[in-house]
Design a protein around this ligand. Structure first.
Ligand code: MLT
Length: 209
């Protein structure tokens, strides 16, 4: 199968030095969904918000799943390559810095962001993973020596994620050399104000925006 382009919205910050926030929605979302959330992080970031190319009963996703929390890893592998190729092309078309892309993914979007970290450990400058799951059962990765900052929040009451699996995933990312900032919040799969406040503080601590 050939790579397909992804539908997207690009909003330039108007500064050639700017970081770009790559927004990756959850199942059933689209490229408009996370724009209001990104608005909480100020106006100094370019925004590249994309729609997943996979579909489940009319709901956009970034890759196929075989059941709740059971991923079609072959499709995930392909879609991760497709996403990275697309973002690389967008850096040229839209003229933003390829070394300054920070992913922000929610749920299914966090999972393809995690797959990107694993497969392309030095591609992203950082990543915000809201309610993620380990993307591949076996993580095979060369890792990074750059201590790429990764922010993760999970929900203590989230019925879709096993807390021990999240701990295992966080530890694996740290073993691979990522500098993980992990918060387990007293909430469910939905996002809460703390997800935004903590991520905003993490962004300003780790990046000169
Ligand atoms: C979802 O509903 O999107 C799942 O929790 C995560 C996934 O399928 O990637």
């Amino acid at each position: 199968m050939d790579f397909q382009p992804l539908k997207y919205i690009y909003k330039p910050a108007g500064n050639p030095e700017a970081y770009t926030l790559l927004l990756l929605h959850g199942t059933g979302g689209n490229e408009s969904d996370l724009l209001p959330l990104a608005g909480n992080f100020g106006n100094s970031l370019n925004i590249l918000s994309v729609r997943g190319n996979s579909e489940e009963n009319g709901m956009p996703r970034f890759f196929k799943r075989l059941g709740m929390g059971i991923f079609d890893e072959k499709d995930l592998d392909f879609r991760t390559d497709e996403l990275v190729a697309f973002v690389k092309e967008a850096t040229i078309k839209e003229g933003f810095d390829a070394n300054k892309v920070i992913a922000l993914g929610y749920s299914n979007g966090a999972n393809i962001a995690g797959a990107t970290l694993v497969k392309y450990p030095d591609f992203l400058a950082g990543a915000i993973l809201y309610r993620p799951m380990q993307p591949f059962k076996e993580i095979r990765s060369i890792g990074t020596i750059k201590e790429v900052p990764v922010f993760i929040t999970s929900g203590m009451e989230d019925p879709t994620v096993n807390p021990e699996d999240t701990d295992t995933y966080v530890n694996k990312l740290m073993e691979l050399g990522f500098a993980v900032d992990f918060h387990n919040l007293p909430t469910s799969h939905n996002l809460v104000n703390e997800d935004i406040g903590l991520a905003a503080a993490w962004l300003s601590k780790n990046f000169t925006l």
